[in-house]
Design a protein around this ligand. Structure first.
Ligand SMILES: Cc1ncc(COP(=O)(O)O)c(C=O)c1O
Length: 386
């Protein structure tokens, strides 16, 4: 089987991208808010239904800027089942991430756990719309309101997704998308902060460009978080193919659902059809009834050229520096611990056909059917006889 990947970059219409690239080179306007960045900001704000979009160099700096512009400090509550950037964006500016547990169904923050993590030092909550599935937005907003906390969202996975009929990107004080190469819309590297708050957006624009207001006038502390014109051109081109990408992902997801139905020990994490999804992630849970552990299954799949991935393993709370700062964090995170042990993300994307999906599922089915024999062979590979 040809090697199949999770998060293989989506490439939109190559001709259109190259035409835009030529135009950028002809105009010699490479960065500093040229026409492609302005156009992309306009299109994203319109699509999400918010007043402001501030494009940035990547999602991580978008998180850092929004955290800072909101004046967060002390402690901020985040999940530990997320990409490490969610926590790093806080710790980088010496704000303490406090890890709350997740809901085992949605893999997003469990509001009850958030509530118990609040202390007098808490200033905010960052929900992560993991896998493009919306957090418990209403419950988190209620908690934030009751305790006078700022609520923002890491929407890195959720471009093109909705909460009911309202697009992700329009909730909380602001939300951050990632346009990293592996995301549904990519800008090679890139991100966007979206918000309805004009004053906040104005501050973010200053901060993202060294605090410049006009040519020589620096009026605020800032950093370089700008997106380049080439990145914006790539994202614009990808955006034009978004519906086609989602359609392929959706077809693959339902093909996986058919092929994996009734497989003992493995469950596909379902998308709630009352929300729009980009179906970018095919997430499975290899539970305790499985004939092989998640890690054994990963080894088998890799040997068959299926580069399935354990996501967020072993959990941000078990990565440095958090592991040293909070050695006992795992005791308060039973669902996070379990999901980190069991989640397996399977390849999808426009590069994958439904036949490929059938092939991946065939490998999984065969491996689980012959679980004890496979386990024995794996053990022999690990400890060959002298
Ligand atoms: C949940 C989450 N948050 C933040 C990021 C960081 O985004 P970027 O890679 O664009 O900096 C990513 C992915 O890359 C992510 O998956």
């Amino acid at each position: 089987m040809e090697q199949l990947h999770v998060g293989r970059p989506n490439i939109g219409d190559r001709g259109r991208f190259l035409a835009r690239l030529n135009d950028i080179l002809d105009q010699r306007w490479l960065t500093n808010r040229g026409e492609y960045v302005i156009e992309l900001e306009r299109r994203i704000a319109q699509r999400v239904g918010v007043r402001n979009c501030v494009l940035v160099a990547n999602g991580t700096i978008g998180l850092e800027l929004l955290i800072r512009a909101l004046g967060l400090g002390g402690e901020v509550i985040v999940p530990a089942f997320t990409f490490v950037a969610t926590a790093h964006a806080l710790q980088w500016q010496e704000i303490t991430p406090v890890f709350a547990d997740i809901d085992p169904e949605t893999h997003c923050l469990d509001p009850r756990s958030v509530e118990t993590a609040i202390t007098p030092r808490t200033t905010g909550i960052i929900g992560v719309h993991l896998w493009g599935r919306p957090c418990a937005i209403d419950e988190l907003a209620k908690i934030a309101g009751r305790h006078n906390l700022k609520l923002m969202f890491d929407a890195a996975h959720a471009f093109g997704c909705s909460y009911g009929e309202r697009m992700i990107g329009s909730f909380g004080e602001g939300e951050v998308f990632s346009f990293h190469a592996t995301k549904i819309v990519n800008a090679f590297e890139g991100g966007a902060i979206v918000t309805d708050n004009d004053e906040l957006a104005d501050r973010l624009r200053l901060m993202q460009n060294f605090g410049f207001r006009g040519y020589d006038r620096v009026v605020y502390l800032g950093i370089n978080g700008k997106m380049s014109e080439v990145s914006a051109a790539m994202a614009l081109t990808n955006l034009e193919s978004l519906e086609a990408f989602v359609e392929r992902n959706r077809a693959n997801y339902f093909a996986y659902a058919r092929h994996l139905a009734d497989l003992p020990g493995m469950a596909l994490v379902r998308y709630d059809e009352s929300h729009h999804s980009n179906y970018q992630y095919v997430v499975t849970v290899v539970n305790d009834d499985s004939a092989l552990t998640r890690d054994e299954l990963v080894t088998v799949l890799h040997a068959e050229n299926v580069m399935a991935r354990r996501y967020f393993h072993p959990g941000v709370h078990r990565m440095e520096p958090y592991r040293s700062y909070f050695p006992d964090a795992h005791r308060l995170l039973p669902c996070t611990e379990q999901v980190c042990r069991q989640v397996l993300v399977l390849p999808t994307g426009p590069a994958l056909s439904e036949e490929d999906v059938a092939g991946v599922c065939g490998v999984i089915r065969a491996a689980l059917k012959h679980g004890p024999a496979v386990r024995e062979r794996l053990a022999r590979r690990e400890h060959p006889n002298p």
